[in-house]
Design a protein around this ligand. Structure first.
Ligand code: SF4
Length: 260
């Protein structure tokens, strides 16, 4: 299934993808989790390093025979197992409540029924679960065995897309997700969008940092509206907040139907 939330694709995205692929190599998906496993994994992942959230996920998998057992155990037993993730108490509550809701929907703890629904409908259904924003909903649909063509937009992806002028929203991940889905190439499949997410995330972690982007060494500087301003500012730098960094230059948001 092709992306169904897009309107016209932006010619810059293929350039971003090919350039970052040249730097980071093949970041195509490996083994995919089941949809419910992916939901649990993604709910643990917010504002938490991957190594920490993966460890917490495997601790839960080792402790509970299945996710029904996690519901029965409740928040008091889940929270200590995920204590190292950010907002552990809130996430323990979200996990228990989200899994309970899934069970209420169909009487079984499975999201397989979403496989019969269009991506947009499944996305909206997932958003009804506690703790599930656009990032988690998209990750369940894209990263899991569903393998749907929907882009996962985290803070790194949103920040880079904003600086490149691809989206107008940066702090609001839901809006950034909608804006990016409106300009992705409709020919890109689930694996392509998975790769784009991974590439942009790596670029955000290694070069396009939130507070001090390394524009001088960035392979995207020639197409980035923010590059010149960032480099000028670096020359007279004083410490600034993330909000200042993100707001000093607001690139135009303009889509095109020209293929890149
Ligand atoms: S030029 Fe600077 S702001 Fe633009 S993508 Fe590269 S690191 Fe980010």
């Amino acid at each position: 299934m092709k992306p169904t939330l897009q309107f016209e694709h932006h010619p810059l995205l293929p350039r971003v993808r090919s350039t970052l692929r040249g730097i980071f190599g093949d970041l195509r998906p490996g083994e995919r989790l089941s949809p419910v496993d992916q939901l649990v994994r993604s709910e643990l992942g917010g504002r938490t390093y991957d190594e920490v959230s993966w460890t917490a996920f495997y601790l839960l998998k080792a402790r509970f025979d299945d996710w029904d057992a996690l519901i029965e155990a409740g928040v008091a037993e889940v929270e200590p197992l995920i204590a190292d993730v950010t907002y552990a108490h809130a996430k323990a509550v979200w996990l228990v409540e989200a899994l309970k809701t899934i069970k209420v929907w169909r009487g079984v703890l499975s999201l397989d029924f979403l496989g019969d629904l269009p991506t947009e409908v499944a996305f909206r259904k997932l958003r009804n679960l506690m703790g599930v924003g656009s990032k988690v909903a998209a990750s369940v649909l894209n990263f899991s065995t569903f393998a749907r063509p929907i882009l996962v937009v985290d803070t790194h992806v949103a920040r880079i897309a904003y600086r490149l002028g691809l989206v107008a929203a940066v702090q609001d991940l839901d809006r950034a997700h909608a804006e990016l889905m409106a300009v992705v190439d409709p020919a890109w499949d689930a694996d392509d969008l998975y790769e784009l997410h991974r590439l942009m995330k790596r670029h955000g972690q290694e070069t396009c940092h939130a507070l001090a982007p390394s524009c001088k060494t960035c392979a995207l500087a020639d197409v980035c509206p923010q590059a010149a301003s960032s480099m000028r500012r670096t020359a007279v730098s004083k410490p600034r907040s993330e909000a200042e960094v993100l707001s000093f230059s607001r690139p135009s948001v303009k889509a095109s139907s020209t293929a890149g």
